[in-house]
Design a protein around this ligand. Structure first.
Ligand code: PMV
Length: 342
């Protein structure tokens, strides 16, 4: 039987890959305001529901690729064994591009995300790797095609090809050609996101395994995909209307619903720790006192807070441990502002 992944890449790449040249690319990390949780196709990495994220400006990954006598991989300046999980995962992805043609490559990848923030970097990592591969082979692919390719490395990487608010459409087609992300054409300079690091160690279960286990065993999972699709539409509408209260309410409820599906899995899956719940209680107390601050959590214990600039001072007083990001503040790399073709 044909390999659907090889077929997908062959459809996007030239038959003969040009000789690689030195290239460098940057991609931001992102946090979903409406979550992707569950796959409709685990091989092509197609989601059951659409999702929408905010990119994290200068928090991301820079990846350099160049020709080499043999494959090499370095992470944050340190050479790694090609058998190490990170290097092996990266080269499995690179091999989808090389299609057995095999020019050796040296990959040097660096995160600009503070380790203390405890954020997973697979989204920015695979997005930067995809952009760097596009450049090293002079492919000139459009962002939509690059988003589809990055998605195969890590679902959330499909959204890291752009800055700002990015929506990843689930798509309907079996080959995933319509499961593509795109940037919302709107900036919200007052939008802030803060990371409250609770646990910066490696996570107990990967999101891939976690979503597979939840979908297979949780009695709360069946209603999730429709709910998540509706939440994604509501988050998008709230952003376009710049209705922050509505955005925060839906984003927080969506994250809690996702965690509820995990807690109901058998056996239970609990990424949140007592310290995560303590942060949530502080957020809810702040809201009861009239503050407009909302929370979201991913497949890990850390809590991310969203608010507008006018709450920044109050935020800093209530959550002095939080690291605040102004995602629209830095001038992003011009290429991350491009839109996929309509
Ligand atoms: O792309 P992955 O496999 O790292 O999964 C991401 C899952 C969540 O972070 C929990 C949600 C999301 O949409 O980013």
């Amino acid at each position: 039987m044909a390999d659907p992944l090889a077929e997908m890449f062959a459809g996007l790449l030239p038959e003969r890959l040009p000789e690689p040249v030195a290239a460098e690319a940057y991609a931001p990390s992102n946090i979903a305001l409406s979550k992707y949780w569950g796959k409709r196709d685990p091989v092509l990495n197609l989601p059951l529901n659409s999702s929408l994220s905010i990119s994290l400006g200068t928090w991301g990954t820079t990846t350099q690729i160049g020709p080499s006598e043999q494959d090499r991989f370095a992470f944050n300046g340190e050479a790694m064994d090609l058998d190490a999980p990170l290097a092996a995962r990266a080269f499995r992805f690179v091999d989808l591009f090389r299609q057995g043609q095999g020019p050796a490559l040296a990959i040097d990848t660096k995160n600009t995300i503070p380790t203390a923030a405890g954020l997973a970097s697979s989204a920015s990592g695979f997005a930067a790797l995809t952009l760097a591969l596009d450049q090293t082979f002079g492919l000139g692919l459009d962002r939509g095609a690059l988003s589809r390719m990055a998605r195969v490395g890590s679902g959330s990487a499909a959204r890291s090809l752009w800055d700002g608010f990015v929506r990843w459409d689930r798509g309907e087609k079996a080959d995933g050609s319509d499961s593509v992300a795109r940037r919302l054409g709107l900036d919200w300079p007052e939008f802030r996101i803060a990371i409250v690091a609770v646990d910066t160690g490696p996570k107990e279960q990967s999101s891939r395994d976690g979503m597979g286990h939840t979908a297979a065993t949780s009695p709360l999972f069946p209603p999730w995909p429709d709910r998540a699709e509706a939440d994604c539409a509501a988050v998008e509408a709230a952003i376009l209307a710049k209705d922050f209260e509505r955005l925060g309410e839906v984003a927080e409820a969506n994250a809690l619903a996702m965690h509820a599906t995990m807690l109901a899995a058998r056996p239970r899956l609990s990424y949140l720790k007592p310290a995560s719940w303590a942060v949530l209680e502080r957020v809810w107390a702040a809201r009861n006192e009239g503050r407009t601050i909302f929370a979201t959590m991913d497949a890990g214990a850390n809590v991310k807070l969203i608010f507008l600039e006018d709450e920044a001072e109050e935020m800093a007083a209530r959550f002095p441990e939080a690291q605040i990001i102004a995602p629209f503040d830095q001038a992003p790399a011009p290429e991350t502002r491009s839109r996929p073709p309509a």
